[in-house]
Design a protein around this ligand. Structure first.
Ligand code: IVH
Length: 670
C-alpha cells in the first residue's frame, strides 16, 4: 500500500472521530472548515483509488442528528446540504458554471446570510403549523413540534392570504449571542457543561425533552426557503417576500444580485459587516433566483447545483511573537506557548496561544519574534495558523523545542506514540509537584476550600508541603505565616482539610493524579476494586479485564502503585483518615426512604456539598435529574438558586425543599 492509500485509511478514522465528537458528544474539536478540508481530501483520494471504496466510509453519509427520544418523520423533500466554497474565486467559478449550464440565458442570483444554527423544516396546512422536523439524516428527522411552538417568532397561524393549502418552509433555528452568553453563565454557575458555540446551544436546546426549558432559552429563527407544489411565484425571492407577508421572520439579509460584480461586492461587504449582527453566521449563500432555472440546473447526490455557500474565513489577526514559553503541567507534559503582543480578535484581547507541540512549531517554521497569524474559528480558543514571512527580522533563528525541562533541567523524553515531550522527574520537578497538589485540592477532587493555586504555591515555596500527604500535617502556625492569611482563613483551610476526609473513594483516586485516570476512569476503577488494598494488589491484566479500562490505563495504574513513594503517600493519606474504600453499597447508609422520587438540586449548600447531596439522594433510593419538569417530585434548593428555576418550580406546583427538610426525609435531622 502506498502512502496515499494509507492516508486515505487514516482520514476515514480521523473523520469518524470528528463526526462522533460533533454529533454524539456535541463537543467538536476542529472547525467546520478544517473538517470540510479533510473531507475534500478524502473524497479526492477515494476518486483516485476506486478499488478502495467502502460503503461505511464517512464520505458515504451525510451527518445525522437523529435521536431515539423523538418520534421521526420522513421529509417530503430531502434536506440536502450546500456545497462549500472558501474564496471569492470559487464563488466566481460556480457563477461561471451556472452561466455555462444555462447556455447564455439571463439569470439573477439571490445573496443571503448563512446563519450558523440548526436547520428546521416546518409544514403548514390550511395556514396552520402542523409539524416541525429537524434535518436528521436528510431523509428523516426528529419531530420537534412542541419545542418549536415555544419560539415566539414562529407563526402558529398565518396572516394575510395567498398561501398554498400545503407548503413547507425551511429556516435556521438560532440562539442569539446575548442569550448564548446568558445561558452559559447560568450553566457555569450550576456546574453544567458549557456549550461551545451558539450552534451547539441551539441544536442541544431543540433536542431538550422539556419544552418549558426550551421556551426559557430565547431561541429565534430566520427562514430562507419555501417548497411546495403550488407556490405563488416562479422565483425564490418573490416567494420569500410573500412568506414575510404571511408572518414569517424571513432573513432580512436577502438581496437580488444581477452580475458577478454585484456578487463580489456582496461578499466584500458582509465579510466585515456580519460582525455587527446579533447572531452567529458562518458564511453567505447564493441561489439562482428563477425556479425553472433551478430545476434545469438540478442536483448532485448531496447538494443543489443552483446554490452555493461561501464560508467566511475565520477571523484572523497578525501580531508579533514576543517569546515562546515552555510550560510544565502536572503530568510533566511540556507545552510550548506563544506569548504575543496583545491583539484584538473577535472582541477579546489575545496575548497567549498554545503551540501544542514540537511538530506544530516545526511545521509552521516559526522563528524568533516572527509575525504570527492568530485565528479564532467557530470555537472560543485562539490558534496560531501561520507566519507572515515578510515580517521576519534579519538573522532571526528558528524557535527550537527545549530538550531539558525548563523547570528542573532534567532531559525530556518523548511520549510514546505522541508528539509531546515529557519531564520524567515526577517527584523532583516543582511545577509537576505543585500542579498535582493544585489538582488534589480542586473543586472536583478533594474540594478543599480556602486553598487555591496561589496558596499552594506559597506553601510549596516555603517548604511546608512537598506532596499531597503533607497537606494534612499543616499547622495553624504555618498557615498564619502565609501572605494574606489571618486566623479566620487559616481556620477555613483546616476545616476544608477535615471536610475532605469524607470525600468518597472514587474522587480520592481521581485526586491522586495517576496518569490517564480522569474522573470517569476513577469511578469505574473504584467500582471494580472497591478498596485501595484490592486496587494496589491488582495486576495489569486484572485491571485491563475491567470494562472500559484499556491496557494503557491498566499499566499506568500498576506503575503508579509499584512506586514506593506513591505507596507511602497513600499510606499517609489513609492514616490521615481519607476514604480508601467504597461505601458498602447495599448495606451501610443505603435506604429506600426516597422511594424512586426524582429531585432537581440547585444552588449552594452549607451542610454538605451539592455532590454529596446527589450521592445521598441516590443512596436513599431517589433519582437526580437535571431540569425541572412536570415529573419532578422535589426541587431541592440551596442558596442562590436561579430565579428561572424557582419560577418554574412554583408554576408547576412542585414542592421546594431546603436542607433541613431533606435531611429530615432521609432520617438525618440537623
Ligand atoms: S438553503 C438546498 N439558505 O446551511 C438548499 N441554507 O450547508 C437548502 N443555512 O442545512 C439550504 N443559512 O442549515 C440555505 N440562507 C440560507 C441558509 C442555509 C443557513 C444552513 C442550512 C443548511 C446548511 C447548508
Amino acid at each position: 500500500m502506498d502512502s496515499r492509500q494509507q492516508r486515505l485509511l487514516d482520514l476515514r478514522d480521523i473523520l469518524n472521530r470528528h463526526n462522533y465528537n460533533y454529533y454524539v458528544l456535541n463537543a467538536p474539536e476542529i472547525s467546520d472548515r478544517d473538517f470540510d478540508m479533510l473531507m475534500k481530501e478524502l473524497e479526492a483520494l477515494e476518486a483516485d483509488f476506486p478499488e478502495m471504496a467502502d460503503p461505511y466510509s464517512p464520505t458515504q453519509r451525510v451527518g445525522s442528528d437523529l435521536s431515539d427520544k423523538f418520534e421521526q418523520a420522513r421529509h417530503i423533500y430531502p434536506m440536502l446540504s450546500l456545497s462549500n466554497t472558501y474564496s471569492i474565486h470559487e464563488v466566481d467559478e460556480w457563477f461561471g458554471r451556472v452561466r455555462g449550464a444555462l447556455e447564455g440565458e439571463k439569470f439573477e442570483v439571490v445573496g443571503e446570510m448563512k446563519y450558523d444554527g440548526t436547520s428546521i423544516s416546518l409544514i403548514y396546512e390550511h395556514g396552520r403549523l402542523v409539524r416541525a422536523v429537524t434535518r436528521g439524516d436528510g431523509e428523516r428527522g426528529d419531530v420537534v413540534t412542541a419545542n418549536i411552538k415555544t419560539i415566539k417568532s414562529i407563526p402558529l397561524e398565518l396572516r394575510g392570504s395567498g398561501w398554498p393549502d400545503m407548503f413547507e418552509i425551511r429556516g435556521e433555528i438560532l440562539m442569539p449571542w446575548k442569550e448564548f452568553d446568558r445561558l452559559n453563565k447560568e450553566r457555569e454557575y450550576n456546574e453544567e457543561p458549557l456549550f461551545a458555540n451558539p450552534r451547539n446551544a441551539a441544536s442541544g436546546t431543540l433536542k431538550t425533552l422539556d419544552s418549558r426549558e426550551v421556551a426559557r432559552r430565547g431561541l429565534d429563527a430566520f427562514f430562507y426557503y419555501l417548497l411546495g407544489p403550488d407556490l405563488p411565484f416562479d422565483n425564490h425571492y418573490a416567494n420569500m417576500m410573500a412568506a414575510r407577508e404571511w408572518g414569517f421572520k424571513v432573513s432580512p439579509i436577502m438581496t437580488l444580485l444581477h452580475s458577478l460584480e454585484q456578487v463580489d461586492q456582496f461578499i466584500n461587504h458582509w465579510d466585515t459587516a456580519r460582525r455587527e449582527l446579533p447572531v452567529a453566521t458562518d458564511g453567505l449563500v447564493f441561489k439562482v433566483n428563477n425556479l425553472r432555472q433551478q430545476l434545469n440546473l438540478g442536483y448532485t447526490a448531496k447538494s443543489p447545483r443552483w446554490a452555493v455557500a461561501y464560508k467566511f474565513p475565520a477571523e484572523r489577526a497578525c501580531t508579533r511573537l514576543r517569546f515562546v514559553s515552555f510550560e510544565v503541567g502536572r503530568m510533566g507534559i511540556v507545552t510550548p506557548v506563544a506569548n504575543l503582543d496583545p491583539v484584538l480578535l473577535s472582541g477579546t484581547v489575545v496575548k497567549r496561544a498554545s503551540l501544542h507541540n514540537e511538530d506544530i512549531i516545526r511545521s509552521l517554521d516559526i522563528h524568533e519574534e516572527d509575525m504570527l497569524y492568530v485565528e479564532k474559528g467557530g470555537e472560543i480558543i485562539p490558534k496560531i495558523t501561520g507566519v507572515d514571512e515578510n515580517g521576519r527580522l534579519p538573522g532571526a533563528k528558528p524557535v527550537r523545542f527545549v530538550h531539558f525541562c525548563p523547570a528542573c533541567a532534567t532531559p525530556l523524553v518523548r511520549v510514546e506514540g505522541e508528539a509531546s515531550w515529557q519531564c520524567p522527574n515526577r517527584f523532583g520537578c516543582p511545577p509537576q509537584i505543585a500542579g498535582r497538589i493544585e489538582h488534589f485540592v480542586g473543586r472536583k477532587m478533594m474540594n478543599i476550600e480556602g486553598i487555591g493555586e496561589e496558596t499552594v504555591e506559597q506553601l510549596y515555596k516555603r517548604g511546608y508541603i512537598k506532596n499531597i500527604a503533607d497537606l494534612y500535617d499543616l499547622t495553624t502556625d504555618q498557615l498564619l505565616l502565609l501572605d494574606g492569611f489571618g486566623p479566620r482563613s487559616a481556620e477555613r483551610v483546616l476545616e476544608g482539610l477535615e471536610a475532605s476526609k469524607s470525600i468518597p473513594y472514587d474522587r480520592v483516586i481521581y485526586a491522586l493524579s495517576i496518569p490517564f485516570v480522569g474522573d470517569t476512569v476513577a469511578r469505574k476503577v473504584a467500582k471494580a476494586f472497591p478498596d485501595i488494598d484490592l486496587l494496589m494488589a491488582a495486576t495489569t491484566d486484572q485491571l485491563a479485564a475491567t470494562k472500559d479500562i484499556g491496557p494503557r490505563i491498566a499499566q499506568s495504574i500498576t506503575e503508579y502503585f509499584a512506586n514506593p513513594a506513591n505507596r507511602e503517600t497513600v499510606a499517609r493519606l489513609r492514616a490521615a483518615g481519607l476514604q480508601f474504600a467504597a461505601p458498602e453499597e447495599s448495606t451501610e447508609g443505603a435506604t429506600d426512604l426516597l422511594g424512586g422520587k426524582t429531585f432537581v438540586i440547585s444552588g449552594t449548600f452549607t451542610h454538605h456539598s451539592r455532590d454529596e447531596y446527589k450521592d445521598l439522594i441516590e443512596r436513599n433510593g431517589g433519582k437526580n435529574v437535571s431540569s425541572i419538569s412536570r415529573k419532578t417530585d422535589y426541587v431541592f434548593a440551596g442558596a442562590n438558586m436561579g430565579p428561572a428555576k424557582l419560577e418554574k418550580a412554583t408554576s408547576l406546583g412542585i414542592p421546594i425543599i431546603d436542607e433541613a427538610t431533606f435531611l429530615d426525609m432521609i432520617g438525618q435531622p440537623l
